[in-house]
Design a protein around this ligand. Structure first.
Ligand code: AHM
Ligand code: MG
Length: 333
């Protein structure tokens, strides 16, 4: 029997896609994989240890932090500090960006933006959660990297990925040459290539949106929801609704089966809820690389100007034909 390729082996093998690569991005991706394994271990024993529930603190977005949000944030920060390839970390859990000041990182070129534990309210009820990461190369050459290095558009990402802590744990990433998925084999403690060259179906029949906020959505989104619910054999409508409250889980399903995920602007969230830098952009990079689309309804997500680290955006993302239809109705009404 042929042994499965591990994440580490795959990353090193793919380094030749970038002829001038010195292995720094490869090492950075491996560091993120190690932190993911630590977080996975804690997520898996959440019910046993005293790590479920609120930490009693609030992050910059005014959201209550879970103990595991903080643990995951510390794990990723520690891995990047030890690795020496990252000069700045931007995290959903920290108001400001963090300089990685270690002797090892004095020549580090990369900036990592991360949502350490997305969908963390689902931890207490054993529903899948995830980690989302985005990687940029700093633009400035000398001195400390600055806020300008941090505020880059999605199109400038050099890599992005997510980890889903689900019925199995998977790491999915892209460096701009397709998307590959790795499943954690707990018996050897390694992520192994299980989903090579992932492609999102062009069409789908699953839609994912928090319909509880229906009354507060823009007219075009209401029209799209009604379109999803209409009977039409040719387009397999009515579509099925699936919404977990974990974007990583909902998008992972869309990537594999086809589908659309929408978090629009609404009366309560006039700029949308999800964060552009460490939620929308990395997911947009992955979905586009798998052949899908990601927009805010009017413009491509990855081309949106980034004015501040914790900026929010509406997002319509998934199978191309579904995204195009939702955009069409949003723009019409
Ligand atoms: P979080 O990063 O604070 O966990 O919030 C992001 C999550 C997404 O994973 C999910 O799609 C969305 O928030 C759910 O929000 P809502 O409960 O408003 O539908
Ligand atoms: Mg999140």
């Amino acid at each position: 029997m042929k042994a499965a390729k591990t994440l580490g082996q795959f990353i090193i093998e793919k380094q030749t896609d970038f002829p001038y690569a010195k292995g720094e991005l490869s090492r950075l991706l491996c560091d993120l994989g190690i932190a993911a394994k630590n977080v996975n271990r804690e997520v898996n024993k959440a019910g046993l240890a005293n790590i479920i529930g609120d930490a009693g603190s609030v992050n910059i977005q005014g959201e209550g932090q879970k103990k595991l949000d903080i643990y995951a944030n510390e794990q990723f920060l520690a891995a990047l500090q030890c690795g020496g390839e990252c000069c700045i970390l931007v995290s959903e859990e920290n108001d400001d960006y963090i300089y990685i000041d270690s002797e090892l990182s004095k020549n580090a070129k990369y900036i990592v933006a991360i949502d350490p534990l997305d969908g963390s309210s689902n931890i207490d009820v054993n529903v899948s959660v995830g980690t989302i990461f985005s990687i940029f190369r700093r633009k400035s050459v000398n001195g400390r990297a600055t806020i300008t290095d941090v505020l880059q558009k999605g199109v400038d990402q050099v890599a992005a990925g997510y980890i889903i802590y689900g019925s199995s744990t998977m790491l999915v990433y892209t460096t701009g040459k397709g998307v590959n998925g790795f499943t954690l084999d707990p018996s050897i403690g390694e992520f192994c290539l299980s989903h090579p060259d992932m492609k999102i179906p062009v069409d789908g029949n699953i839609y994912s949106i928090n319909e509880g906020y229906y009354r507060h959505f823009p007219e075009g989104i209401k029209k799209y929801i009604k379109y999803c619910q209409e009977e039409d054999v040719k387009t397999q409508r009515p579509y099925t609704l699936r919404y977990t409250g974990s974007m990583v889980a909902d998008l992972h399903r869309s990537l594999i089966k086809g589908g659309i995920f929408i978090y629009p602007i609404s009366a309560q969230a006039p700029k949308g809820k999800l964060r552009l830098v460490y939620e929308c952009n990395p997911m947009a990079f992955i979905v586009e690389q798998a052949g899908g689309e990601a927009s805010n309804g009017y413009s491509r997500i990855m081309e949106l100007a980034v004015e501040e680290m914790h900026q929010r955006s509406a997002i319509i993302i998934g199978s191309t034909n579904m995204v195009l239809k939702a955009e069409e109705l949003l723009q019409k009404y």
